[in-house]
Design a binder for this molecule. Sequence first.
Ligand code: NZQ
Ligand code: ZN
Length: 381
Amino acid sequence: MKNFVYEYATKVYFGEGAVKEHLKTALSAYGENVMLAYGGGSVKANGIYDEITTILKEAGKKVTDFSGIMSNPTYAKVQEGAALAKENHIDFILAVGGGSVIDCCKIVAAQAKTEDDIWKMEMEEHRFPTAVLPMGAVVTASGTGAEMNGGAVITNDEVQIKAGLGAAAPRFAILDPGYTMSVPKMQVISGAFDTLSHAMETYYGNSDEDNVSDDVALAIMKNTVKNMRRLLKDINDVQARGNLMWDSAMAENGILKVGRVTDFQAHQIEHQLGAYTDCNHGQGLAVIHPAYYRHIVKDAPEKFLRFAKEVFGAETAEAGIDALAAFIEECGLPTKLGQLKSRVEITPEVLRKVADTCNIIPCNPRQLDRDEVYDILMECM
Ligand code: NZQ
Ligand code: ZN
């Protein structure tokens, strides 16, 4: 194990009815001016907005709406939220949504406390915000685990980069599986694939042998696959949605990552593909993962074999990747780039740009070069 310091920043309230039961208490420690942040309108259609505003009123809060946070949130939207927070002297940000709303709010929380440009500060000067507005998250769509970590993935359209920025983790996260029941099937499955990806990306980083993190990551993978299959049979299975909600948080709350190196190269490729195409995150990962793993299987044969046996009951390392690809098809997820919803036509020229601008991490099991990233993307055509 590598040395580490671990501290848990987010208090979690889990279960059906958790918002009704705990939101008022969770907010009691914070000031009266609350920014209620949400996405493109699902919260209004499914009644979540009404339920939460009623609770906020009962708690004596003055509410400022910050609406229209899009999937793959932009840096321009962050600036809009930060200006609104400053103008309304916001004391607390309540993010109600999936990863996109939560991530946007994490950076709004930092940008509202400084005149410095957060993107420039972090990406160019490698400085991190020291003051942030407190924020909390009510999860309405699971998969990213954004509610339990301090990172935020933001698209800066000016420079055409989608990247992770550091900010504060939510002070609390409320995970009510009932709130996810209106999420459409394809989004549920795409989110769950993101969870599977997080556990795989952590597992394929280097670790000491017999590190507990590998065992836990494999357990999360198996549980995620099992519950995704339950939802494929019955999309209204609230217990399976709840199981996946906790898998999602467990895969990305940092507990798997302590004391080890992680991979996350598939994520780096997908994020930059997203900067060009605005594609769905989980679906982009579903397309990239099998091709990426076929490129690195020879660099970590034992790990791939263990994954094959434990997660899919396959006999060889390569058969494990085939089983992953078959599972992606079984889920009805896209298997080719052309199946992704994209704002531009995905051509070899676009893929060359993605390969030339994506973040290459000195990752394990092996660092890729840009031509190889391009080859992987071309194999996904
Ligand atoms: O915008 P609304 O109308 O709310 O609709 C959303 C959106 O269209 C809908 N939705 C959410 N809750 C719903 C619902 N529809 C019906 N009923 C509900 N209860 O779901 C759609 C997708 O939401 P979004 O938040 O975009 O999805 P997701 O949670 O997958 O988040 C994706 C973003 O998170 C980033 C991704 O890159 C992407 O930008 N990630 C964040 C991570 C983190 N901070 O740890 C890690 C991940 O690897 C990921 O990169
Ligand atoms: Zn992800």
